[in-house]
Design a protein around this ligand. Structure first.
Ligand SMILES: Nc1ncnc2c1ncn2[C@@H]1O[C@H](COP(=O)(O)OP(=O)(O)OP(=O)(O)O)[C@@H](O)[C@H]1O
Length: 851
């Protein structure tokens, strides 16, 4: 039976694989074809030659064709160019090529349509530009449409006719600028600021120039009086001074003024020099040196002033030299600040982009219709009343044969099994019925009979007997059921139908983790698929993300297409649905980091759980954009834990145990499935922290006890027959899991794939030194240490708030990391409110890491 099932399964996998590969090949063929067509069009247009004939009919023998693609190329390029946009029609093959790339990569570029429209607009504009000379020459009466094409020619001629030559050029310039702003997001403000700055500089330059000229003119007028020797206090030098003044006419004007001031017995002659120096300090050193040169030529009479001037100049130079490193350091700092400002702006922009994209994706997201799911077959054989009555009588008589007097008081027929509630006669021990399970199965010709003794809350023993014609439970009616549709559950999962045929829905967020066990072929994979589908039908991809770990391969690979919607993955790993144990360990550790990060955020907002946190964030819209964002739930599915445990038990167990212990509050929920529910796979630590369990048919009582802590699962029928142990309830409930086919899943996934993409929810990157993050578990270092170190060095920003913002962690944690960084000599000590100095360069960091 099991062999049959696994054969069937293998065949299904094979079928899926070959279907996927044939689709991929068709797609690739189409992509290459389109690429080829685009290349042919482009080359035909580029090699268009006016001498070539323009009609296929008119082409006679012996005509030389210049076009690379012969007659067809000549005609094609003629119609494409002359009847449309002229040379700018090259945008057509360009658009076609982009489209072909999309097909080849099986991706839809968000910017495709925008770019297409932009290219069309630019093409048209260029075409008009090309036609402008002819239109201006002929006053709008164009007759030649080369190289502009008909469209450009017609538009250019109309422009010239209506707006005149100057008007149409002005209009074209305005349109070009508008298009530039729209298409390359050209910022006008910085250009205007640039112009303003230029004008300002020019204005000041002009003003200073004029002022200087005026000053000089004024001083020229002062010169004769200043040069009067009689006014000099030092009469002995009078003659010499006179001579020198004559020799050097107007150049020593400032000093002449000093001399003049001295004669007027100004109280502090030095202060005048200071004044002068003050004025000079406003000038550049070159100005000063120029002027000094001038003073030097002024002769010995003014030597003292020159000396003092020289001394002052030296002093100034020293000061300048001293200041230079500081200034450059300052400039560096400023540079850095500006850079960081840009970085912050960029980050902010990105955050705003993220929020905008998220908002748009949420509002435009359409849930899949239940029509995509298959209908249950119209006529399903159901058990008739008579049949049930006959079975009840048979059961009573069989029990009597074994010496047990009992009466069937109620019969409930489910889709797969029927529950007979039996009331033992006075004096009959319940245990005597329980021990009859196997004998009864034989007597009733039934496969597995499960006895519930007693039925909780009832004075009866339950005997579950499989129906002869079991019905399949379909997902569609369950999703449509009131229980599912009207549920206000955070993560509703349609688990199946109860024995009485009622829909059973539970909330994964309340479970909060789920252990699924069952022998191969018992229905685990179908069960996991129905869980994922339930979530897809109920929760927007912005609110829930899946991490899928599938070491068996192929089982969950079908969900790869949900990459841009529901999947959470690490771009640095080479797979989005994890199949390699190495990657599984890595992503599990990343999830531990994510958990830590979320715990931190929750504590910052004083929220007890993710629902409270999201509620608080919703109520602070201002904050939301800057700092906190609503968090999606994360559902981690591991389909076959045993396959991971075999390879790396310790590495896998540690993060699973940590997540199971602490992640419930932060919205990370585990669904762990295994076909080997033995203690080496479901270890005590894992089991103790995963309270909700699903047991499909297992092969032994021991397995049943490992998963449920009781017998019973070994009596299940397979094909989705299961026992669900809800956390906190004393007894498991028997459910029939809904069935979903691969085709249904494909249809739903195809629908989701067409929905607007969600922005990527980034997971924290595990630090390089801690390997795949495993080391961070036992390490004293903060798990964010490596990332923080890299950020600080890269952006040269040693501030706590920077770390808070970039890592989205609380203050105390960021401060702790900063202390660690200081201890390790990455940043300098705290100096007031300024950011700390970053002491290590990016190259040094690389060396530290041994790169
Ligand atoms: N809920 C269900 N209703 C009807 N049939 C089911 C149901 N679940 C599973 N089956 C049948 O059982 C087969 C095996 O199921 P499934 O692939 O889920 O088993 P499994 O437990 O995942 O096995 P394995 O461990 O080998 O992967 C399915 O192909 C399907 O025919």
């Amino acid at each position: 039976m099991t062999i049959g099932r696994s054969c069937f399964k293998m065949a299904r996998k094979k079928k899926n694989k070959s279907k996927q590969s044939s689709r991929r090949h068709k797609r690739q063929a189409l992509g290459v074809l389109l690429m080829g067509v685009s290349l042919i069009i482009a080359l035909a247009v580029i090699t268009h030659d006016l001498r070539d004939p323009v009609s296929l009919q008119s082409i006679g023998q012996g005509v030389v064709i210049h076009n690379w693609f012969g007659r067809l190329g000549a005609v094609l390029s003629y119609y494409l160019m002359q009847w449309t946009l002229g040379y700018p029609i090259l945008i057509l093959p360009l658009i076609l090529a982009i489209y072909a790339i999309q097909i080849l990569l099986d991706r839809t570029f968000d910017w495709f349509w925008k770019t297409t429209f932009a290219l069309l607009a630019w093409g048209t504009l260029f075409s008009v530009f090309l036609a402008m000379p002819a239109a201006l020459r002929t006053d709008g009466a164009i007759t030649e449409y080369f190289p502009s094409g008909l469209i450009g020619g017609w538009l250019a001629s109309k422009l010239v006719i209506f707006f005149g030559g100057f008007g149409s050029i002005a209009l074209l310039v305005i349109i070009t600028l508008t298009l530039l702003i729209l298409s390359i997001r050209l910022e006008v403000a910085p250009i205007l600021v640039g112009f303003a700055f230029l004008f300002d500089k020019m204005f000041h330059g002009l003003k200073n120039g004029l002022a200087g000229l005026l000053r000089r003119l004024k001083q020229l007028r002062l010169k004769p009086e200043a040069a009067s020797p009689g006014t000099l206090p030092d009469q002995a030098n009078g003659e010499e001074q006179k001579a020198s003044d004559e020799e050097i006419p107007e150049i020593n004007l400032p000093l002449a003024r000093i001399k003049e001031d001295l004669t007027e017995e100004t109280p502090e002659p030095e202060s005048e020099t200071d004044d002068l120096l003050d004025q000079l300090t406003e000038d550049t050193t070159e100005d000063l040196l120029d002027r000094l040169e001038e003073e030097k030529t002024a002769g010995p009479g003014i030597q003292t002033d020159l000396d003092s001037l020289l001394a002052q100049l030296e002093e100034k130079e020293e000061k300048e030299a001293e200041q230079r490193p500081r200034e450059s350091a300052q400039a560096d700092l400023n540079g850095n600040e500006a850079f960081d400002f840009e970085v912050q702006e960029e980050v902010k922009d990105k955050e705003l982009d993220y929020d905008r994209m998220l908002k748009e994706s949420i509002s435009r997201f359409e849930f899949p219709s239940t029509e995509l799911l298959s209908d249950p077959p119209e006529i399903e054989s159901s058990v008739t009343r008579e049949e049930l009555k006959a079975n009840a009588d048979l059961l009573e008589s069989r029990l009597e044969e074994f010496g047990v007097k009992a009466k069937v008081i109620r019969v409930t027929a489910g889709p797969v099994i029927t529950l007979y509630e039996v009331q033992p006669a006075p004096g009959v021990k319940v245990s005597s019925i329980v021990s009859l399970a196997n004998d009864l199965a034989l007597a009733m010709e039934a496969r597995g009979i499960r006895i519930i003794a007693p039925i909780p809350g009832r004075a009866a023993v339950g005997i579950e007997i499989p129906n002869r014609n079991p019905q399949t439970v379909y997902l569609k009616p369950l999703i449509r059921s009131e229980k599912f549709a009207a549920s206000r559950l955070e993560l509703p999962i349609a688990l199946g139908k109860t024995i009485s045929g009622e829909s059973y829905v539970d909330d994964l967020s309340k479970m909060p983790h789920l252990l699924v066990a069952g022998a191969t072929g018992a229905g685990k994979s179908v069960g996991i698929n129905t869980m994922l589908m339930s979530l897809i039908y109920a929760v927007n991809p912005a609110k829930v993300k899946f991490v899928l770990i599938d070491p068996k391969r192929l089982e969950l690979s079908i969900y790869e297409d949900l990459k841009d919607h529901y999947l959470l993955y690490r771009p640095d790993l080479d797979e989005v649905v994890i199949t390699k144990p190495k990657n599984a360990v890595s992503i599990l550790n990343t999830l531990v980091l994510e958990m830590d990060r979320r715990l931190d955020w929750l504590s910052t907002l004083k929220a007890r759980n993710i629902a409270e946190f999201n509620e608080k964030v919703r109520k602070m819209p201002g904050q939301k954009e800057g700092h906190f964002r609503e968090l999606p739930y994360i559902v981690v599915v591991i389909d076959e834990l045993a396959d991971l445990m075999v390879v790396a038990q310790k590495e896998v167990e540690a993060p699973i145990a940590r997540l199971a212990q602490m992640a419930r509050a932060v919205g990370i929920h585990l669904v762990v499935a295994t076909q080997r529910p033995s203690v080496d796979v479901i270890t005590g630590v894992i089991k103790a922290n995963i309270p909700a369990r699903i047991a499909y048919m297992v092969s032994s009582k021991v397995d049943s006890r490992t998963i449920l802590d009781m017998n019973g699962a070994e009596q299940l029928l397979g094909r989705g027959d299961m026992l669900y142990q809800a956390p906190g309830s004393s007894k498991p409930i028997r459910l029939q899991n809904p069935f979903i086919s691969t085709e249904e899943i494909e249809r739903v996934i195809e629908h989701i794939r067409k929905q607007p993409k969600m922005p990527y929810y980034s997971l924290p990157q595990p630090g390089s030194s801690s390997g795949a993050g495993v080391g961070s578990l036992g390490d004293d270092r903060d798990p964010f240490y490596d990332e923080a170190r890299e950020l600080v060095i890269k952006h040269r920003q040693g501030s706590i708030s920077f770390l808070q913002r970039r890592l989205q962690i609380g203050f105390s944690r960021a401060a702790r990391i900063m202390d660690e960084l200081e201890k390790d000599g990455i940043v300098g000590p705290q100096k007031g409110s300024k950011p700390r100095e970053v002491l290590v360069s990016i190259d040094e960091l690389k060396k530290m890491r041994g790169e």
